[in-house]
Design a protein around this ligand. Structure first.
Ligand code: NAD
Length: 369
């Protein structure tokens, strides 16, 4: 059995609490001989700033480059509100994403049947929902130049943002989406605004070319981004993989997230390119939620997004699909059995804290073994 080199960066606030629970799951997988991990651990965010005056140290960056995958908890909190801008906790996370060139952001929206009533949509529309948004993360209008606000005449100002995409950026994100669709239900919806934007015209053309030459076994559909937003709240189960640019992906992934209930449930991944020598794809897995300073240190945080992030690492970095399915089934199992942290609690359920939820997931894994 291959040993996976994993770097754990718990970070700040509830990051350290939820990371403790994912360690229990890793120990269980290791003890059962299902997956073997060589674990390194380091500091990021405010914790790193307190220790070395930087939001991530050079040693931690070196470990990140050496790892097969990184699991990150969360960074930030009011304690570091006044540190210099370049040393703020979020800068540690941004440096990781930038230096590792993580250009593909994966945001799954999974609706566990036991939580379908927590969605703002009707149960029948979301029960069993399982879609994946693949968002381009390093290009587009957030980074394009010129990006300015200038004075014009009569006290008026003009603001300019620039949406730029080159074909290689679209090709590589399209490939990630098609590869992922092959491991799922084989369908990709590509979304842009080719009716009003030149970047949309190029996006549609390049995605179609990559599809035609390399992935004709996958079904490809094009939808305008506004129409895709409408379809996401009308009939979300029609989607398998959605691939889109940075701006539309930012919006559509938050819409998809709210179909499923709490922030504490949502894992994510950021992937880079495949390295020529090792054949490995750089990858960082983290919950969508932040450091939640309002509940930090109280043992109240929901660790499911963090455990789900490990399941994503097993699936997308380590090719351990069965183990990933098993971890996700254990999450579904504890929810079906009525275990709830405060953020997803409803009348008549069994209220547990962070450690209680972690223990319940490990016990559920044990039942299925
Ligand atoms: P947040 O996600 O930390 O919290 C939003 C709300 O959701 C809070 O009420 C919190 O208690 C609740 N919540 C979040 N995760 C939860 C969980 N696992 N279980 C139960 N409840 C949970 O967002 P925020 O309050 O806007 O930000 C707090 C800090 O986290 C800020 O410093 C922000 O910059 C940082 N942040 C970091 C990341 C990251 O590390 N990727 C992401 C978002 C925010």
């Amino acid at each position: 059995m291959a040993t996976h080199k994993l770097l754990l960066l718990p970070g700040d606030g509830i990051g350290t609490e939820v990371m403790a629970e994912v360690k229990k799951v890793m120990s269980w997988l290791d003890a059962q001989g299902i997956a073997s991990f060589a674990i390194e651990e380091d500091l990021v965010g405010g914790a790193a700033y307190d220790s070395c005056g930087l939001p991530i140290s050079e040693e931690a960056m070196a470990k990140a480059f050496a790892a097969d995958a990184i699991l990150l908890g969360a960074v930030g909190g009011p304690k570091w509100a006044n540190v210099p801008y370049e040393a703020r906790p979020e800068a540690g996370l941004l440096r990781l994403r930038k230096d590792l060139q993580l250009f593909a952001n994966l945001r799954p929206a999974l609706c566990y049947p036991a939580l379908a009533d927590a969605s703002s949509l009707k149960r029948e529309l979301v029960e069993g929902l399982d879609l994946l948004i693949v968002r381009e993360l390093t290009g587009g209008v957030y980074f394009g130049e010129p990006k300015t606000i200038t004075d014009i005449s009569d006290g008026q100002k003009r603001a300019v943002d620039t949406q730029v995409y080159e074909s290689y950026e679209i090709e590589r994100i399209a490939r990630v989406a098609f590869e992922l669709a092959r491991t799922r239900r084989g369908k990709v919806v590509s979304t842009e605004k080719h009716n009003v934007m030149k970047t949309g015209v190029l996006w549609k053309q390049v995605v179609s070319e990559v599809h035609g030459s390399e992935y004709s076994d996958v079904t490809l559909e094009h939808q305008l981004a506004d129409s895709c937003g409408m379809q996401l709240v009308r009939a979300p189960k029609q989607f398998d993989v959605i691939v889109t640019d940075n701006l539309f992906g930012d919006i559509l992934s938050d819409v998809a997230a709210m179909l499923t209930g709490s922030l504490g449930m949502l894992p994510s991944a950021s992937l880079g390119g495949v390295e020529e020598i090792s054949g490995k794809r750089r990858a960082l897995y983290e919950p969508v939620h932040g450091a939640a300073p309002d509940i930090a240190g109280k043992g109240l945080a929901n660790p499911i997004a963090m455990v789900g992030s490990l399941a994503m690492a097993l699936r997308y970095s380590f090719g351990q699909i069965e183990a990933a399915d098993r971890v996700e089934a254990a999450i579904a199992g504890v929810l079906a059995a009525g275990y709830r942290t405060g953020d997803i609690y409803s009348e008549g359920m069994t209220r547990v804290g962070t450690a209680g939820m972690g223990d319940a997931i490990v016990a559920e894994l044990g039942k299925a073994a």
